[in-house]
Design a binder for this molecule. Structure first.
Ligand SMILES: [Zn+2]
Length: 272
């Protein structure tokens, strides 16, 4: 339900401005890919009449783009090899720069990007002004993992910084990632999108409602009811009788009446 909330908000925001809405599957973290998860997403969106434009973008098919970005970072001296073991880094949230001046990569070495001592700022369309010093919050962060996989931050920065991506609407659980992605876009001379981080749906005990936390899957047989609830959660105030409408009718109402300012400017919302 949490993922469907974010998808619906993103869909309505795009459609109300008459811009294309794309579906991208972030599947580069291959060890963590759950078989059938992407199919579930695709089926759930279709069952709720959330139809995307163009073809689905699979990050696993865009590795050449991420490697090219890594090459740019490497050749401009922005990265360094990190030899720290998992044990050395246990309990550390801000990387202390241990390997900044080491050379000679060993096999299976992670690659980190050097962060600048500066404050990053951006305006989120829902959460308002955001400020973050990467030095103080994360330090030099990983762009390629020791297992050879491209890091999530880099892949997302490359894709969200592409010319096709002008607006990102996603859950506030990703808000902490945005400064790292903006920083990478800056280093790669990519145009950042605008951001809107919608509240994350949480259960009564404060846990995020997503598959990761074993939340119940969305029941597509109740698609209309789900969308009605989502419009309510997003502060859109749908008419009471719309609880009985079709998905298409609900979405059309949502597009025509879309107000991003009505979304509560909070980080989490309790699920109904
Ligand atoms: Zn290190």
């Amino acid at each position: 339900m949490g993922s469907l909330l974010a998808a619906t908000a993103s869909f309505l925001d795009a459609r109300s401005q008459d811009v294309p809405w794309y579906l991208r599957i972030d599947d580069i973290d291959t060890p963590r890919n759950v078989p059938g998860a992407a199919d579930d997403i695709i089926r759930t969106l279709a069952a709720h009449a959330l139809h995307w434009d163009g073809t689905i973008v699979w990050q696993s098919q865009r590795l050449a783009h991420y490697e090219a970005a890594l090459h740019t970072l490497n050749t401009t001296g922005r990265t360094f090899y990190c030899h720290c073991s998992r044990r050395q880094l246990r309990g550390i949230t801000v990387y202390p720069g241990t390997c900044r001046n080491l050379r000679d990569p060993e096999p299976e070495t992670a690659l980190r990007v050097k962060v600048a001592d500066a404050t990053l700022q951006f305006i989120d369309r829902i959460q308002g002004r955001q400020q973050n010093s990467l030095c103080e919050t994360v330090g030099d962060f990983i762009v390629k993992r020791r297992d050879g996989l491209i890091a999530y931050q880099l892949a997302t920065a490359v894709d969200d910084g592409s010319v096709e991506t002008t607006q990102v609407v996603r859950g506030s659980d990703l808000l902490d990632n945005t400064p790292r992605q903006l920083y990478l876009m800056e280093l790669l001379s990519l145009e950042p999108p605008s951001y809107a981080h919608i509240p994350t749906l949480v259960s009564a005990n404060g846990q995020k409602l997503s598959k990761q936390y074993h939340a119940a899957p969305v029941d597509s047989a109740l698609a209309g009811e789900n969308l009605y609830q989502i419009l309510c959660l997003l502060g859109q105030n749908p008419p009471a009788e719309s609880g009985f409408w079709s998905c298409e009718a609900l979405l059309n109402w949502g597009i025509g009446n879309w107000s991003i300012d009505a979304i509560p400017a909070v980080k989490t919302l309790a699920a109904p």
